[in-house]
Design a protein. Structure first.
Length: 405
């Protein structure tokens, strides 16, 4: 029992010696830290952001007239060309209105022909007859007047001749007005022309209404959504189909506004669809919005895809990597070695001899792992990658190289 206690006390003493030695070593030599040398390497700064495929134009197709759907000629995913039938609304009533309007136009046209070839000719002939009758009545009146003056005829015959002359004059005036009215510049002719124009307008209106029952594609497009079936009663304003117009494929993203200074029109980028992450395709910055979204603090940026892959679909989620800057043989350090990286006054812990030297630096480009040093350090300098130990200015440390450094 005494021997066992002795060994216990010896073990405790050994542990105490080791602990005291570690404390003395730590105070004299300092903690162990990871140090890396400032290196020269190419660095590429990129903006990586998610977005979606933007169709050239999204078209909501609806009906301009109320009615029952007779036919839906397309399904989702179909490609249509300009003029292709999309939806047919039942058109019995519009077609009946077209037939009635066409009959009215034929009636108005017949009225014009009748006026030109019959009524106007009859009116001219009647006017000629009235001219002849008026001349005959005038001669008869003058003859009776001479006879009465000579005393060869009674006054009653002169009165009768005078009455006949007035009747002939009245008939002459009436026939003249009728001939003038049925002529090319007459009121009756103008009225017939107005009736013809009104009938033609009614026919055109009926044909437009009938044509509105047939909904066709106005451009080449892909059917994205179908929200109507045959037999449904539709009203104007309801979206029946959604189309994506053919055209240039674009990507739209919403990067943080802090990236705005790095983005330029014409910059090249590489994109990949989330559904096909191993496939990459090229894109070019084609539009930068002139305003910022105040709610999210983002700016819309669009990319033009010159050669879109066949699997790309409207509204598909994509990741875009935009190369905004590149510098060869830049002086760089790992990101984790820089303190206050996002602030206006970043710093590093430079290894000065065996002591810590907190040093302000000016940063340049950044990529996923490295930061360019524009000012503050030079070739051959070493920086400390802070670990769990709290370090302070002038503190003595022991260094070890970073793995792979």
């Amino acid at each position: 029992m005494i021997r066992r206690k002795s060994w216990t006390w010896i073990g405790i003493a050994a542990v105490a010696v080791v602990a005291v030695g570690s404390i003395v070593t730590l105070r004299v030599l300092g903690p162990r830290v990871v140090a890396v040398g400032v290196a020269r390497r190419d660095i590429v700064q990129s903006v990586i952001v998610s977005g979606r495929v933007l169709p050239p134009a999204r078209i909501n197709v609806g009906s301009m007239v109320a009615g029952v759907v007779a036919t839906v000629a397309v399904r989702e995913g179909d490609h249509v060309k300009s003029g292709d039938l999309l939806v047919q609304i039942s058109d019995e009533e519009p077609q009946a209105a077209v037939a009635a309007a066409r009959a009215g136009l034929m009636q108005a046209r017949a009225r014009l022909r009748q006026l030109k070839h019959i009524t106007a000719k009859v009116a001219r002939q009647t006017h000629l007859q009235a001219d002849a009758n008026l001349e005959l009545a005038r001669l008869g009146y003058e003859r009776q007047l001479a006879l009465v003056k000579q005393g060869s005829a009674p006054a009653a015959q002169l009165d009768e001749a005078k009455r006949a002359l007035k009747v002939a004059q009245s008939q002459h005036d009436a026939s003249e007005a009728q001939a003038r009215g049925s002529g090319p510049r007459g009121a009756e002719h103008a009225l017939a022309l107005a009736g013809y124009a009104q009938a033609a307008a009614s026919l055109a209106q009926a044909e437009v209404r009938a044509a509105q029952s047939r909904i066709t594609a106005v451009t080449s497009a892909i059917v994205l959504a179908r929200a109507v079936e045959p037999g449904e009663l539709v009203q104007p304003g309801r979206a029946l189909l959604v189309l994506a117009r053919d055209g240039e494929t674009q990507l739209t993203v919403q990067p943080d506004e802090k990236n705005l200074a790095d983005l330029r029109l014409g910059q090249r980028a590489w994109a990949s669809a989330d559904a096909f992450p191993q496939e990459r395709f090229a894109a070019t910055v084609s539009y930068i919005a002139p305003s910022i979204d105040p709610q999210r603090g983002t700016v819309e940026v669009r990319f033009l895809v010159d050669r879109p892959p066949p699997y790309l679909r409207p509204d598909m989620t994509v990741s875009v990597n935009v190369e905004v800057a590149r510098r060869a043989a830049a002086l760089v350090v790992p990101k984790e070695a820089v303190g206050d990286l996002a602030s206006a006054r970043p710093w590093v812990l430079r290894l000065h001899g065996r002591r810590v030297d907190k040093h302000s630096v000016e940063l340049g480009l950044r990529d996923g792992h490295w930061v360019e040093l524009r000012n503050g350090l030079g070739d051959g300098d070493q920086v400390i990658v802070p670990g769990d130990a709290a370090l302070h200015q002038g503190q003595r440390v022991r260094t070890r190289r970073a793995a792979g450094g």
